[in-house]
Design a binder for this molecule. Structure first.
Ligand code: SAM
Length: 292
């Protein structure tokens, strides 16, 4: 077996050989600890039947560990300068394809159809670029891709928000959106010292297992998320106040909103952050019938 890319010595040698300079604007913090990488792959339970989508392979540190265990790896990298490096570092791994593209612009549904027809399950596994963590996770979920799950390294603060419960300061529309689609668990916190360059924030690995169907039934998903976003628009305002000010036509519908809250037994003086997903679903289903 070839030497791990992720050791500090090999990483340094690769970066020097290519004269590579990190771009902070692309969230380039590379992992230099093989043990952390193998823990990520362990938590993703990657096997020789798994097709893996990786976002941001960098110089291939995680890609290599994935390639050793997965059936196939499809890695999306935005930075053209990394392509010749990946070409060399991943040369031994014939089951890896690197695509030079911004993952936010990629047609992932098509890529999955084209590349993973002989895989039994599909996982997204990545050390995410932190400047764009939330849009990437929301894209993966909202496009309703046929994923078994997502195991990613991200900012600890974002991991805390994703797995937060009601009535905590971390709980918000991101918690609700991600928990609606997945079962979310922070599986490990990671010190800054395992990256070059070291990021300014602490990191964590989160595992999101995609639910067969969302954990609450909702009549109109779009409206549900409008209600959720409006309810958290100003955290110190009451639920009623936020709905009136931040729902489209909220001001004209104030009476109807008050009526709906009364009928389902939710006090409009509560703060949005105290509502469970089930309560938001109830509110959304009730309100969608009377406001239009
Ligand atoms: N996987 C490598 C590792 O663990 O050492 C690198 C991870 S680094 C945190 C993030 C990587 O994502 C960088 O290689 C960066 O160039 C790439 N990247 C940033 N924005 C991206 C985007 N929108 N689409 C695809 N890749 C992106």
């Amino acid at each position: 077996m070839t030497k791990d890319i992720a050791t500090p010595i090999r990483t340094k040698a690769i970066l020097e050989k290519y004269g590579f300079s990190f771009k902070k604007s692309l969230g380039q913090n590379f992992l230099i600890e093989p043990n952390v990488l193998s823990r990520i792959v362990d938590h993703a339970e990657v096997t020789d039947k798994t097709g893996v989508i990786e976002i941001g392979p960098g110089i291939g540190a995680l890609t290599e560990q994935l390639a050793r265990r997965a059936k196939r790896v499809l890695a999306f990298e935005i930075d053209q300068r990394l392509l010749p490096i990946l070409n060399e570092t991943l040369e031994p791994y014939k089951n890896v394809t690197v695509i030079h593209q911004d993952v936010l612009e990629a047609n992932l549904k098509q890529a999955i159809e084209d590349s993973f027809h002989d895989c039994e399950e599909i996982m997204v596994v990545a050390n995410l670029p932190y400047y764009v963590t939330t849009p990437i996770i929301m894209k993966l979920l909202e496009e309703k891709l046929p994923l078994k799950g997502i195991v990613v390294m991200l900012q600890k603060e974002v991991a805390d928000r994703i797995s937060a419960v009601p009535s905590t300061k971390e709980y918000g529309s991101l918690s609700i959106a991600v928990q609606y689609y997945t079962e979310a668990k922070t599986v490990m916190t990671v010190p800054k010292t395992v990256f070059v360059p070291q990021p300014n924030v602490d990191s964590a690995i989160i595992r999101l297992l995609v639910r067969d169907k969302p954990n609450v039934e909702i009549e109109d998903e779009g409206f549900f998320f409008q209600i959720v976003r409006a309810s958290f628009a100003q955290r110190r305002k009451t639920l009623l106040n936020n709905l009136v000010h931040y729902l489209p036509n909220g001001k004209e519908q104030k009476g109807k909103i008050e009526e709906a809250l009364l009928e389902i037994g939710i006090d409009g003086k509560r703060r949005g952050e105290s509502l469970s997903i089930e309560e938001f679903a109830k509110l959304s289903d009730h309100l969608v019938k009377i406001v239009s």
